[in-house]
Design a protein around this ligand. Sequence first.
Ligand code: ADP
Ligand code: F6P
Length: 324
Amino acid sequence: MANEINTIGVLTSGGDAPGMNAAIRAVAREAISKGKRVMGIKRGYAGLLQEEIYEMHTTDVADIIQRGGTILQTARCKEFTTLEGQKKGADICRQHGIEGIIVIGGDGSFRGAQKLASLGINTVGVPGTIDLDVSCTDYTIGFDTAVNTAMDAIDKVRDTSTSHERCSIIEVMGRGAGFIALWCGIANGAENVLLPEKYDYNEQALVNNIIENRKKGKKHHIIINAEGIGHSASMAKRIEAATGVETRATILGYMQRGGRPTARDRMMASMMGAYAVDLLCDGKSNRVVGTRDGKLMDMDIDEALQMGKSIDEYEYQISCNLSK
Ligand code: ADP
Ligand code: F6P
């Protein structure tokens, strides 16, 4: 076969996500089972440029499927966004005999993979981000765990909010995307959910809603606010002043990125990681792995990066209907 791959590199890049370890394990074990050499690259593209590269054996990925974070560490690397940095990265791959690289991360990381592919290193991207904001795929590794973590935390805030008859604004992660917020809005039965894709900044409508709910006898009022809107603390002050209802802000923050991956994340990470290896072994490059309608698939990175992703209108409508 032309361009047969003998050595596969793997790195994690961008924000970490629960399930990344399961994906690393799957890459290493699928590749080794096919007689390939596997090189772990630490700290994403930063580690590649620093040549933080080591050979991975089956035992190096033992006992990690259940762990959050990434054993390879992760980083954001400015140098790799320059052509000079990318050429240096491709040369380092060649020096270490790495013919193909699997990049586990989000859209930004895939842009790096795209550049490496154009410089002759075969690449496959595996979507790993809690934000679910990779357009070409229905699922990204880490989302399910992050939503479950946020959901549990919001349930707890709700308990104390009810006891004190307060309004709580709870800010969840997601960068510019509202997927985590929307899922929590529905799963936690929030009174309001503010999504960057939908929010019209009409705070008076929120105020009216809180006052109406008080009249109806509701003892708490949960507002899920997406990070992309932010400013939860100042919003809480304004809402308290306008409604007379004690209002507190809670920013869940980085706890959403950690913790033991759920079964869904372990499963998706294992399947996507192994599938990425199979693509490289089949001579494919410049591809991204994903799922569509519950099935594994892959597509060209250039095409994938052109796509957009929006909030499901029906889910959003239901979140509004059920919160009344
Ligand atoms: P994510 O992969 O989660 O979207 P980032 O957007 O922070 O995270 O990207 C992770 C890393 O990918 C960046 O720090 C950089 O090293 C690399 N990267 C991002 N954009 C590009 C680009 N246009 N060209 C090359 N590398 C890029
Ligand atoms: O992409 C995952 C994510 O946790 C986003 O939800 C958040 O906006 C961002 O990473 C935070 O990144 P950093 O770790 O650089 O603060």
